[in-house]
Design a binder for this molecule. Structure first.
Ligand SMILES: *Cc1c(COP(=O)(O)O)cnc(C)c1O
Length: 221
């Protein structure tokens, strides 16, 4: 399947899930996760009109997007992978939204760098809903303190993001993320990937992040 067929299929699935959830089709943004994808597939997605892309590594995103995005003024690029504090400068310069805010040191560095660059990006806090050791994200009970710090530092947090554990039913994690977002008055819920976007939309997702479902399998490099 080519990318354009996949875009049609995923868009249909997204609209159908919205309909079943009693939501409008335009309430859920479709992000194309372009990490590790070859140039020709990215060009195909752009030709289909996709303008929201996600990347999980700063350096790869620079290589793939720094030049290319000049041709697409309406392009929006989100960082969805963990961010090291020594890459914050590059990240703030390149991305339009950081979805992986998850710890105090990162909050402080982001706030400092955004001031320095005069780029006040919206950010999401990543929540480690499954409390998995190897995964990024703040634990659900650490969220309150982190959000308070973000407010004190002037970081604009507009929502929450999660990546549920592989082996468990994702619905519980989506429901937890939604509950937390409601509790703290945050509007954006970045949840749902290729395999579970329907479930995420039924649980209230406002943005799904789809990689392999749009582009096909990615190289492992
Ligand atoms: C890779 C990735 C995705 C996309 O995963 P697919 O299963 O290929 O749709 C979504 N979110 C994050 C954070 C990712 O790293």
């Amino acid at each position: 399947m080519g990318v354009s067929e996949n875009v049609t299929t995923i868009t249909k699935a997204l609209k159908a899930a919205c309909k079943d959830a009693g939501r409008k089709g335009d309430e859920v943004a479709l992000m194309a996760v372009s990490k590790l994808q070859p140039d020709d597939r990215i060009e195909e997605a752009l030709a289909c009109g996709i303008r929201l892309f996600g990347e999980n590594r700063v350096q790869d995103a620079q290589t793939r997007w720094e030049e290319r995005r000049k041709a697409y003024p309406d392009l929006r690029l989100h960082l969805i992978g963990s961010l090291q504090t020594n890459k914050v400068k590059e990240a703030v310069a390149l991305f339009d939204c950081i979805e992986s805010v998850d710890r105090e040191s990162l909050v402080k560095e982001l706030a400092k760098e955004m001031k320095a660059q005069g780029r006040h990006l919206p950010c999401l806090v990543q929540v480690n809903t499954g409390e998995e050791e190897q995964k990024g994200g703040v634990s659900p009970h650490g969220l309150k303190a982190l959000l308070e710090l973000c407010r004190a530092e002037g970081l604009n947090i507009t929502g929450l993001m999660c990546i549920p554990p592989h082996d468990l039913h994702p619905g519980l994690h989506f429901a937890l993320l939604r509950k937390l977002a409601t509790q703290y008055g945050l509007a954006t819920l970045s949840m749902g990937m290729s395999a579970d976007l329907r479930e995420a939309i039924l649980a209230g997702s406002t943005q799904v992040r789809v990689g392999s479902g749009l582009f096909g399998e990615r190289s492992t490099g």
